[in-house]
Design a protein around this ligand. Structure first.
Ligand code: SF4
Length: 321
């Protein structure tokens, strides 16, 4: 049935690739940027330990480093090789909290990225408690200044459940997230929500409730990320002490497919696995074979006639699960 949805380009869900092909006619490549930020959950403002799963690289372990945004973009482009010359790139401000700096500095780095002729847009990963009015006004100003380019915000919500949020030391309540998305929606700034599947203590139904909750808010996109245990994190200590476990592949695929089926069919899926760096990924190691995970996912969805939105009910209550 999903095959009739030509905007999905043959996949059983609305992928970011499909969205970009619809908009630009071809693939766009993400270049991770490290803009030298820190995070209130690491610099002592809220905590010094960071979220329990966060690596020393501030969840930006693939981010390039360099003197300027332009230098990092050029370095990032070279990683894709010659075949992609002339294509579009997305500057992904990934490492740490990318709105956690004086507005003058933020204006400078975002403008530099948006002014690059091959950059079609920027995506800014941040926390909802770092999106005050001054920052929101800047984002709106930049949207107006670069009408041909896009500006997305990525928010690491991970879960709607307060007990899990406190366990992972997220450092803000759900009400803070709601306030931030209200501000973004009022300014028509598209946002992408990160959700982690497999957080300790969460049942599959708790995860589906997070998905149903997001359906009500209706973000532009979602990243469904498998819980990764990275070396050097407090989560790694818990894993080694056998206090927590991670999903096996079959379990993950079952839950992931259910999430996609509950998800509204027009929310763009930006990620379906995780991007744990090989050298520090403690578990689950099977996730390193991304191609195999995605092939298995597509195969299983095909076999079971599953597709994004199959179980979506616009009026469905988040308490029905
Ligand atoms: S908010 Fe992001 S950068 Fe900060 S500690 Fe948590 S995961 Fe790491």
């Amino acid at each position: 049935m999903f095959g009739t949805n030509t905007t999905w380009h043959g996949k059983p869900y609305y992928s970011l690739d499909a969205y970009l092909k619809n908009r630009y006619g071809h693939k766009c490549y993400k270049i991770a940027i490290n803009a030298g930020m820190t995070c209130p959950n690491r610099d002592g403002t809220l905590d010094t330990r960071g979220c329990i799963f966060c690596s020393a690289g501030g969840s930006g372990d693939f981010a390039a480093t360099g003197d300027s945004i332009t230098t990092q973009l050029e370095q990032g482009k070279r990683l894709f090789g010659d075949k992609n010359i002339g294509e579009h790139y997305i500057a992904y401000f990934q490492a740490y909290t990318n709105t956690y700096a004086p507005v003058g500095y933020l204006r400078h780095i975002y403008t530099e990225a948006l002014s690059h002729p091959e950059v079609c847009g920027i995506s800014i990963a941040t926390r909802p408690d770092c999106l005050g009015n001054e920052v929101l006004n800047l984002l709106e100003e930049l949207q107006d200044a670069f009408p041909d380019k896009f500006l997305w915000i990525e928010l690491g919500l991970q879960t709607i459940h307060e007990e899990t949020a406190s366990y992972i030391r997220r450092g803000y309540p759900l009400s803070c997230f709601e306030e931030a998305v209200k501000g973004l929606a009022a300014r028509n700034i598209p946002y992408i929500v990160h959700v982690i599947l497999g957080l300790p203590g969460e049942t599959p139904n708790m995860i589906y409730r997070t998905i149903q909750y997001l359906n009500h808010l209706h973000p532009f996109g979602i990243k469904l990320q498998l819980l990764h245990i990275l070396e050097g994190t407090d989560l790694a200590d818990e894993y080694r002490a056998a206090k927590i476990r991670t999903y096996d592949k079959e379990e993950y695929l079952d839950i992931l497919i259910k999430c996609l089926e509950y998800l509204s069919s027009d929310i763009i899926v930006h990620r379906l696995t995780g991007d744990g760096p090989k050298d520090i990924l403690l578990a689950p190691r099977w996730s390193l074979n991304k191609r195999d995970v995605l092939n298995s996912l597509h195969q299983q969805m095909k076999l079971t006639n599953a597709y994004q939105g199959r179980l979506f009910h616009a009026t469905g209550s988040i308490d029905t699960l």
